[in-house]
Design a protein around this ligand. Structure first.
Ligand SMILES: C[S@@+](CC[C@H](N)C(=O)[O-])C[C@H]1O[C@@H](n2cnc3c(N)ncnc32)[C@H](O)[C@@H]1O
Length: 249
């Protein structure tokens, strides 16, 4: 397809299909596992919950989530992985054949292919800064979350981690670069409650012979990990029991 006629989502699809074909989908588990495990602990998942993994890539985190919400006294939980790259979705499905409680859907954060008020929790790992229209993605997340549902967004590329900024020119698709304070404001603007931002360091060791293409040198990589990813946490208000002062018409 000629590049000129591509929509922003088609550009993302094209680029992340390339990543998937080059084996990057699987490799990202190594890079994101430490910060994702720490985030999953904060998600306090229960058997029976319905979870969305937005920008699920090759589905390794989706499978971690699926194990935690699977069969239990409170029911059979379900995880939906959504990604704009159909090649990532194909790889995720192939790697998840043993799971009965995962469904992978090809689609965009700009128009999440799911019904409203459904998910108890949302996880999104290293995906949010690619979304062409972050306001629209947040409106979509608000729509698909259940009242009192919780959202957990991990972002490695943001202003307060200066070591991450060296990626911007290397990436072949446009990205948003905001600060923690700017992200908190954005989430509040979309009526999310209990909005909180935290830095989640990656404490995996970096061996001296590690080869990096993403960072100028290993000192920068180590400093990047020490500063950590930005974790945004927020909840959708319980619209049925508005806080005093709110009126629902
Ligand atoms: C850096 S990868 C991270 C993948 C996975 N979460 C992980 O940690 O391995 C970013 C992912 O976000 C997906 N993505 C980018 N823009 C998207 C959009 N608008 N809607 C849905 N997924 C998107 C990409 O296709 C890609 O799989």
């Amino acid at each position: 397809m000629p590049e000129k006629s591509q929509t922003p989502d088609e550009k993302l699809q094209h680029e992340f299909n390339r990543w998937a074909q080059e084996g990057e989908g699987e490799k990202m588990e190594r890079h994101h596992l430490n910060i994702t495990e720490k985030t999953i602990r904060l998600m306090d998942l229960r058997p029976g919950e319905r979870v969305l993994d937005l920008g699920c890539g090759s589905g390794w985190a989706t499978r971690l989530l699926a194990r935690l919400v699977a069969d239990g006294p409170e029911g059979f939980g379900q995880v939906v992985g959504v990604d704009v790259s159909d090649e990532m979705i194909r790889q995720a499905r192939a790697a998840s054949k043993d799971f009965e409680n995962i469904l992978y859907v090809w689609g965009s954060a700009q128009q999440i292919p799911w019904e409203e008020n459904f998910f108890d929790k949302v996880l999104s790992v290293e995906s949010f800064y690619y979304y062409p229209d972050q306001d629209r993605a947040l409106a979509e997340l608000f729509r698909v979350l259940a009242p009192r549902g919780r959202m957990f967004i991990l972002i490695n590329l943001y202003k307060d981690n200066p070591y991450s900024l060296q990626w911007v020119d290397k990436l072949k698709v446009p990205v948003h670069v905001r600060s923690s304070v700017e992200y908190v404001e954005l989430l509040k603007k979309h009526a999310f409650e209990n909005v909180e931002a935290r830095q989640i360091p990656d404490d995996t060791p970096t061996p001296d012979d590690y080869e990096t293409k993403s960072f100028r040198n290993l000192d920068d990589l180590r400093a990047f990990k020490k500063t950590g990813a930005l974790l945004l946490m927020a909840s959708k208000p319980d619209l049925r029991t508005p806080a005093p002062g709110y009126t629902i018409y």
